[in-house]
Every structure is written in structure tokens, then in C-alpha cells.
Design a protein around this ligand. Structure first.
Ligand code: SAH
Length: 453
């Protein structure tokens, strides 16, 4: 395809679609142009920035006909920050768009005709994130902290984040300006100098317990006592202050060593009536209100009577497994991160759920082995990462033929691809329920229910 437009062209286009990173899509004789910030149903005057063989990029010069769903972004740093992509679209508009996105991929990728229910959204879609990972840095002489720009490691300095907790804001507003007084230098990614890399703030919604983790370049931390005193003053409900040491030149936030500076090693949260102890590095869903909605939906689809054996593949710290274990005869969870499996076992004990078994390893190897050993399930639950289920796992499902599969997905495209494979192997997708776990971002979670036919 040759591009029908060239760099620096100015033209007026109709926006037809929206990508998950917040770009409007205009088509010129079938050639897609991505226009950052434009919304479907808008007519915009654009300036072409760059053209490649199969697609190009343009920026808005003027919105001639705005979408009825266009709103002013609430956050003052929305244009620079890479955290949110959809604040210029009303929340009702975001939910409509997420439903359409799921519908489109089911048709285009999955070639599946299935009822897709309206997205379950939040009543109040703000301050929902229970975990903030705040990068610290310096701008000239001033300490800065906030969030990264889109596809970049440049820090957008901010005092408040509208999707995070007030406790995270307390670190931005209270700790950042005190760093010089405490004698703590933020880490500078370019010079590799400085001490404080990230501050991670996690809040348990049910108990309101807070954990603060200071990620430092070195173990030696002479200002630790003063930092602890200040954090306790800024966040009265803090229950745990930890130090994690990351001396590597890497983008990964955490290093391997975590030490206790003050208080407990874990905080406790509840999802429904299941209790969880969460440690500094455990994976835990970031939107606790919607996690409950998601898990209830998954449980509904599993339709457990108390007689079923359930396999929970990609189980993390066993959150879904334990949620199911209250209603099932037996639950077996498998997860690739050994530490998460340790957490799952500990949390099973904490809840007195002895009808569970957890094993660390790749789901696509462990579940076929279980099958050979005669350990099978009536209901199979999968909750894979964005890339979807491993093919070997899908093949085992088709061989083993559990009567019901519940698929929790954070990526509608790979969900649609995998549902096609399961449908070809004898399953029927009965329903898909999208759940908005990440308001104002382009991410979309969905649960699919399949029955063997
Ligand atoms: N169900 C959990 C976690 C879902 S996230 C919850 O709701 O909290 C997906 C999980 O899959 C992660 O914990 C990741 O470590 C795990 N994972 C990734 N690849 C895997 C594989 N091949 N086998 C088993 N688990 C895997």
C-alpha cells in the first residue's frame, strides 16, 4: 500500500475508531491514520506527522465536530502523563467503547457469535488503584516524582493522582518536598547516582492497612529512621514500612532483597469473605472493588454445587482459587511464580480452606501431568497474562474435556483467539461479561463462560 497522504499534509477527516492507547483512527482510502486524542464520530482537521507503508500518524489542529461523549480531562497533567488514555472520553463513553472493542474482536478474530453483556463499570471511577508505584528522580536540583510519560522513562512531576489513593498522594505531597531536608537523594537514571528509586504504596481496601516500600539503590540507608517517622506522620494508617534494594541498571522496579524498616511484613485485605496477607512483592489485583465484581462473575459462571473439582490455571496468589474453594469440593491451583504459590498456601491456611492444592510451574506442563496422574477437573478456570493461554494448555483442555471452562482475560484479542480454538474443539461460548477494572485507561477485562457441547 502506498500512503495516500504525506508528511505535513493538512486535511479534514472523520474518526471511525479508537485504539486502546487513546488514538482516534481515520481511514483514507482504507489507509489508517492514528490521531492522538481524537474520538470516534468526530470530524477533525489534522496535520500528518509521519507516514509508513501501512499506516501513519497525525495530530489534531482543530476539532470541527466534537463527539457528544467528549469531556475535559479532570487531571491537570493528563496530556503529559502516560497513566491514563481515555480521560477525554466520558465514563459512559468509555464503557460503551470497551463493549464495542470486545464485540469487534469476538467477530473479527474469534469469528464467534456470542452474547456480550454491557461492561460492568464503577459507580465512582476515581481513586480506585490500591497500588501506586511512584518513580522518583531529579530535575536540575529539584526532586520530582509522579508517573512516567507515555512510552518513556521521563517523569511527569505531580502532587496528586486521581486514580490512586490519598495515601499515595501523601507520599507525593509530603515526602517529596522533605527529601533534601532528610538528606535523601532521588536516583538519577542517567548518571546512576542517588539513592531513592521508587516508593510503592499499597492499601488494603477492606482493612485500610497501608504498606510503603522504599526502593533504594543501596542497602545502607542512614536516613531510614527519619524517613519512617515522616511516613508514619503522613500516613497514620500505615502498618508496614519496608525497604527493597535494587542496585541494578534496570527498568524493573523491585530488586531481590526486601527488609523490614518498621511494623508488619504484610498487610491484610479481604475479597468477599476471604482473607489475604499481601507481602511487598506479591501480585494482587489493583482494583479491589472491581476484583470482587469480576470474581463473583467468574464464580457465577462456574455454577458450583459443592461437588465439583476445579482447576485454577494462572492462579497468582490463589485469589480466585480460594474464592472458589468455599463453594467447590476441591480446588487445584497452578502458577509459574513459586513465591506466589507460597502466598497461596499461606492464605489457604489463614482461611482454613484445606480443600485446596497449589503447585508452582508452567500451567501448560503441570496440568497435562496432572491429567496423566488422573487429576482432572469438572470446571477449569484460566486467567492468563496478556498473551493468552499457551497452545499446549488449550490442547490439554480439549483432550481432558472438562464440562465447563471459565476464562478470565485482560486482553480481549487473545481471548477471542483462544475461544476460537476451544470452539473448534467442541466448546460453545455461552456469554462474555466485560468488567471495567481500569477506568480511564484503554485496558479491558472480560470473563467468558464456555460449556462442552
Ligand atoms: N488469577 C490471579 C492472577 C492472574 S495474573 C489473580 O486474579 O490474582 C496471571 C498470572 O499468570 C500471573 O500470576 C503470572 O505469574 C502467571 N503466569 C504467567 N505465565 C504462566 C504460565 N505459563 N503458567 C502458569 N502461570 C503463569
Amino acid at each position: 500500500m502506498t500512503a495516500p497522504v504525506k508528511k505535513n499534509d493538512r486535511l479534514t477527516v472523520d474518526i471511525e475508531d479508537l485504539t486502546h492507547d487513546g488514538a482516534g483512527v481515520a481511514k483514507i482510502n482504507g489507509y489508517p491514520l492514528f490521531v492522538q486524542g481524537a474520538l470516534p464520530d468526530e470530524q477533525v482537521e489534522i496535520h500528518v506527522l509521519k507516514t509508513l507503508k501501512n499506516y501513519g500518524f497525525a495530530k489534531i489542529i482543530n476539532i470541527e465536530i466534537p463527539s457528544p461523549d467528549r469531556v475535559d480531562a479532570t487531571c491537570p497533567v493528563y496530556d503529559q502523563c502516560g497513566g491514563c488514555q481515555l480521560q477525554h472520553l466520558s465514563y459512559a463513553g468509555q464503557l460503551k467503547w470497551k463493549e464495542k472493542m470486545v464485540r469487534d474482536v469476538m467477530k473479527r478474530i474469534g469469528k464467534i457469535d456470542v452474547p456480550i453483556l454491557p461492561v460492568k463499570g464503577m459507580e465512582n471511577p476515581w481513586n480506585y488503584r490500591n497500588k501506586a508505584q511512584i518513580p522518583f528522580g531529579v530535575n536540575g536540583e529539584a526532586p520530582i516524582a509522579g508517573f512516567y510519560k507515555t512510552k518513556s522513562h521521563a517523569i511527569v512531576d505531580t502532587e496528586r493522582c486521581l486514580i490512586q489513593t490519598p495515601e499515595a498522594d501523601a507520599i507525593l505531597e509530603g515526602l517529596k518536598p522533605q527529601l533534601w531536608k532528610l538528606g535523601i537523594k532521588p536516583y538519577n537514571e542517567e548518571t546512576k547516582q542517588g539513592m531513592l528509586r521508587h516508593v510503592v504504596v499499597r492499601k488494603a481496601r477492606a482493612t485500610e492497612e497501608v504498606m510503603v516500600v522504599l526502593v533504594t539503590k543501596k542497602r545502607k540507608f542512614p536516613q531510614a529512621e527519619e524517613a519512617v517517622a515522616l511516613i508514619r506522620k503522613l500516613i497514620p494508617n500505615v502498618k508496614s514500612i519496608m525497604q527493597n534494594i535494587n542496585g541494578e541498571n534496570t527498568n524493573v522496579i523491585f530488586g531481590n532483597e526486601t527488609i523490614n524498616l518498621w511494623g508488619q511484613d504484610t498487610i491484610e485485605d479481604h475479597i468477599g469473605d476471604v482473607r489475604f496477607e499481601i507481602s511487598a512483592r506479591s501480585f494482587y489485583q489493583v482494583n479491589p472493588i472491581q476484583t470482587e465484581v469480576l470474581y463473583k462473575q467468574a464464580l457465577d459462571y462456574a455454577n458450583l454445587t459443592g461437588e465439583e473439582t476445579v482447576i485454577d490455571a494462572y492462579c497468582g496468589i490463589g485469589t480466585i482459587s480460594l474464592f472458589m474453594a468455599k463453594k467447590a469440593k476441591f480446588v487445584m491451583g497452578v502458577e509459574i511464580v513459586p513465591q506466589a504459590i507460597e502466598d497461596a498456601k499461606r492464605n489457604a491456611k489463614l482461611n482454613g480452606l484445606d480443600n485446596t492444592y497449589f503447585e508452582a510451574g508452567p500451567a501448560e506442563e503441570v496440568i497435562p501431568r496432572w491429567y496423566k496422574e488422573g487429576k482432572t477437573a469438572d470446571v477449569l478456570m484460566v486467567d492468563p497474562p496478556r498473551k493468552g493461554c499457551d497452545e499446549a494448555l488449550l490442547n490439554t483442555i480439549l483432550e481432558q474435556r472438562p464440562k465447563r471452562v471459565v476464562y478470565v482475560s485482560c486482553n480481549p484479542s487473545t481471548l477471542a483467539r483462544d475461544l476460537r480454538i476451544l470452539e473448534d474443539g467442541g466448546y460453545k461460548t455461552k456469554e462474555v461479561q466485560p468488567v471495567d477494572m481500569f477506568p480511564h485507561t484503554g485496558h479491558c477485562e472480560a470473563v467468558a463462560w464456555l460449556e462442552l457441547v
